[in-house]
Every structure is written in structure tokens, then in C-alpha cells.
Design a binder for this molecule. Structure first.
Ligand code: GDP
Length: 371
């Protein structure tokens, strides 16, 4: 059977179509009790809690939509799903393009599903996907086994907006997936910059995939990304590459020893494996599960989640303030002139910023008084 989420026809929603609420075009659903009517927030919640992946997929589309009406429903659905969320392990998987993320996630995913049963959602954070028109992360066609597995849900990165916006949507999607009974969440991200921080801020374990054989393994990788890693795995440890991988593993281990001890009390491990040939996969997951046992026992697991919730509260405030400011028509009309005056040296950055902010505060104040 075709997994409904893998069939474009069953996606149902057209984002930004200007309709009040999305209408259902799903032939499965038209035979069911949701037949031929638009779904309410309560319908979405009910469908999600029953584990219906078609409804889950449509709810995620609402989360990703920039249409204010879709957003309003999405926020209601998220809030109602919150009490059913949280019961999962969330794992961030990062690596530069070509490191073998898709190949590995396919293998890792099949391994954890065989090992512990349950359901797996694979999500992605790729802020570049807007520019490249189509994400290379979370691409179903690159995860052959998982994409046809009945207990998996694969969703590419939301493509609209800033990194903050993309990351928020991924975090909200985690909540919906958990409410739908997905007890394992992988968040894939490209190991090149800030998207790691965003990914790290929503997962329990951050796995960094590295490659060996370039002779300068430690050169190209930012210290900050290494410091975030709870585990580093060297992929493509097969054929002639076994010895270079072992050497790279020793170098990473030595480098990790120079970092301050992580707050979790856990010592990050470095392992070699081959995603393509399926070698060493069990050992990688023995490590991940050992981390969960360790951090659940010492209370760090819950502590990290609480800290993340706090972080997301501030992120959410920052994002909404920023959007409100920049989307204000008066501010938008002033920005170019202000920018030019700073570039020409007519005004300092601080004076220009203050003038814009003062204008914004006045607009807000007037709006409050008129209420
Ligand atoms: P991504 O860009 O990080 O998602 O990387 P991919 O999973 O697409 O892999 C990039 C290339 O590396 C592909 O040609 C894979 O077949 C190859 N590859 C991935 N894993 C392995 C591995 O374990 N061993 C070898 N030899 N090649 C691999």
C-alpha cells in the first residue's frame, strides 16, 4: 500500500490559496466521517490523536502556511495537542552535504523501528531550502526503506522564511507528531552553521556525522558545533576508508577532551560506522540509548527539555515582535530611506534605529488608545 503521506495527491491542502479553511480532497477521508467538509481544529486534533497520518500531514501544512487563517487553526491545534506530546526521544542528526545523512537516517530509522517498535517521524531544518527551491533534507526519495515503512512519517523542511521561522515550524511539527503517537523523532539539518543551534535547541541528543580521509578532519568544523554534539560518528568506515576513519575518530576524541565537561555529565563518544553497508549501526544506537538511560537517571533529560521550552518562549516573543515591526506598513515604507541615510553617512545606525523604533512605539500607542 502506498503510504498516504508519500502520495502527493493525498496531501489535500493548497497553502495560501486564500480559502477560509482548507478543504479536504482526500479520497480516503471522503468515505469517512469527515466527508466533504472542511476540518475544524477539533477534527484535526481528533485525527492526530487517533494517529491518522493524512490528517497529521495536513495539520503540518497548516503549521507551515503563512496564511493568517491557517495559522490561527494551526495554533489552536498545537495547543490542544500539547498535553499529548513530549513522550518521545528527539534526535538531531547533522552533517555537511555528502556526509551520508539520508543514507544513514534510512539505516538508523530501520534499526530503531526494529529495535523498539513504535513510530518514527523524520523532520528537517533547512533554511536554505527557500533559495534552492526544494529541500534536499528530509527528501523521501533519498530514504528508500523508511519512505515505504508503515510506521514512518517523513516531512521535508518547511521552506518559507527565516531560520527562526523554519525552526519554529519544525518544533511545532514535533508536537503534532508526538501527539499522533510518533515516539521517535529525527531532526535532520545541514552541518554548516546556525541551523545546528536551532536543531540542538529542540532535541534530546545531537548526533554529528563526520567524514574521514581529508587529512584535516578538525580544520573545517566549527568548535561550537562540536561542543553541541552528544555523539560524533564517522561515516563511510568501509573498504579502504577503515583506517582513515579510525584515525579521524582518535583525533575527534582527543579534541573533545580539550572541551569543558558538558552540563549533562555525559562524555560524548566517537564511533565509526558505515551507513551504506549497515556496519556499526547497532553500536551507534547503543550509545544513543546509553545516553538516554544516563540523562534520565541524573535528571538532565527533563532539565534540558525545560530549558528548551524556556528558550522557545523567548524565541517566539522575538519572532513575533520582529514580524510585527517589519510587517508594519509605516515602518516598511520608512526602511529604505533610513537604510540609505545610514549608508550615506547622514545618520548613524543608532539614530536611524531609534527613529524607526520611536515611530513604531507611537503607532502602537495610538492603536491602544483607539481601542
Ligand atoms: P547527505 O547529503 O548527507 O544526505 O548524503 P547522502 O546520504 O546522500 O550520501 C552521499 C553519498 O555518499 C552517496 O553517494 C552515498 O551513496 C554515499 N554514502 C553514504 N553513506 C556511505 C557509506 O557508509 N559508505 C560509502 N562508501 N558511501 C556512502
Amino acid at each position: 500500500m502506498i503510504h498516504p503521506e508519500n502520495n502527493e495527491e493525498y496531501r489535500g491542502l493548497t497553502v495560501n490559496s486564500g480559502v477560509e479553511q482548507p478543504s479536504i480532497v482526500n479520497p480516503y477521508l471522503q468515505r469517512g466521517r469527515f466527508a466533504r467538509r472542511r476540518l475544524t481544529a477539533a477534527d484535526y486534533v481528533e485525527g492526530i490523536i487517533k494517529g491518522n497520518v493524512t490528517i497529521l500531514g495536513q495539520a503540518v501544512t497548516l503549521v507551515e502556511s503563512t496564511n493568517p487563517q491557517h495559522q490561527a487553526i494551526a495554533q489552536e491545534v498545537i495547543e490542544k495537542c500539547l498535553p499529548y506530546s513530549g513522550n518521545s526521544i528527539r534526535i538531531g542528526i547533522s552533517g555537511v552535504p555528502g556526509a551520508g545523512k539520508s543514507t544513514s537516517i534510512d539505516e538508523f530509522g530501520m534499526h530503531v523501528l526494529q529495535r523498539t517498535g513504535g513510530r518514527l517521524a523524520v523532520l528537517a531544518i533547512d533554511p536554505s531550502s527557500e533559495k534552492t527551491k526544494g529541500s534536499i533534507l528530509g527528501d523521501k526519495t533519498r530514504m528508500e526503506k523508511l519512505s515505504t515503512h508503515p510506521d514512518s512519517f517523513i516531512r521535508p523542511s518547511p521552506s518559507a522564511g527565516s531560520l527562526g521561522g523554519v525552526a519554529r515550524k519544525t518544533r511545532e511539527t514535533i508536537i503534532l507528531c508526538e501527539a499522533a503517537g510518533f515516539d521517535k523523532i529525527f531532526v535532520e539539518t545541514v552541518g554548516v552553521g546556525q541551523s545546528e543551534t536551532a536543531c540542538h535547541s529542540m532535541v534530546d541528543f545531537f548526533l554529528l556525522i563526520q567524514l574521514a580521509g581529508t587529512g584535516d578532519e578538525l580544520q573545517g568544523i566549527k568548535r561550537g558545533i562540536m561542543e553541541m554534539a552528544d555523539g560524533i560518528v564517522i561515516n563511510k568506515c568501509d573498504g579502504d576508508n577503515v583506517e582513515p576513519c579510525k584515525l579521524a575518530a582518535r583525533q575527534f576524541s582527543n579534541a573533545l577532551h580539550l572541551f569543558p565537561a558538558p552540563e549533562s555529565g555525559w562524555t560524548p563518544q566517537v564511533l565509526c560506522y558505515s551507513g551504506f553497508y549497515g556496519l556499526g549501526i547497532k553500536e551507534v544506537w547503543d550509545m544513543v540509548y546509553a545516553y538516554f538511560d544516563f540523562t534520565r537517571a541524573n535528571g538532565y533529560f527533563q532539565h534540558r527539555r525545560a530549558q528548551q521550552a524556556k528558550y522557545w518562549m523567548y524565541e517566539s516573543i522575538n519572532e513575533q515582535l520582529r514580524n510585527d515591526f517589519y510587517n508594519n506598513p509605516t515602518i516598511a515604507s520608512m526602511l529604505e530611506t533610513a537604510e540609505q541615510s545610514v549608508l550615506n553617512g547622514q545618520r548613524t545606525s543608532f539614530v536611524a534605529a531609534k527613529q524607526l523604533l520611536d515611530t513604531y512605539y507611537n503607532i502602537r500607542q495610538t492603536a491602544v488608545e483607539q481601542r
